[in-house]
Ligand binder design. Structure first.
Ligand code: SF4
Length: 127
């Protein structure tokens, strides 16, 4: 069984505490179930901020799904991290990611755009 690194503030109710292996799929494994479970987690924003703070410029990062993001997504989020952050394009999936990069809770229009994108992907995957 895989264990997760400790970080505040957790209370044991986080979905990853109950089935941690799902958050560390083997190479090429499906990260979607873990990412979806993270969506409703009470520490999602803090968890993502923790994972981003533990990624260094050389690319070392925590493995697995953290705060609803995969290794690849976090790597993309940290590229050019030293540049100033531009304005948020609200109501878009990119805006949703911009909020998370700032370690802030996405606004409703951005959450809606993220939900729509996920629903579209699910529909496309089911077809
Ligand atoms: S957001 Fe973080 S703490 Fe919450 S379920 Fe996902 S990985 Fe676990």
């Amino acid at each position: 069984m895989t264990t997760r690194a400790p970080y505040p503030p957790v209370n044991g109710d986080e979905p990853c505490r109950h089935n941690p292996d799902l958050w560390f799929p083997s190479t090429g494994g499906d990260v979607r179930p873990a990412k979806e479970a993270c969506e409703g987690c009470h520490v999602r924003v803090e968890c993502l901020a923790f994972a981003l703070d533990h990624t260094d410029p050389a690319g070392y990062q925590l493995s697995g799904v953290w705060g609803g993001t995969s290794d690849t997504e976090r790597r993309q989020m940290t590229v050019g991290r030293t540049r100033p952050l531009g304005p948020i394009n609200h109501g878009t999936p990119g805006g949703y990611r911009s909020h998370l990069r700032r370690s802030e809770e996405p606004c409703e229009p951005c959450r809606g755009a993220h939900r729509d994108m996920k629903a579209h992907r699910r529909t496309a995957a089911a077809a």
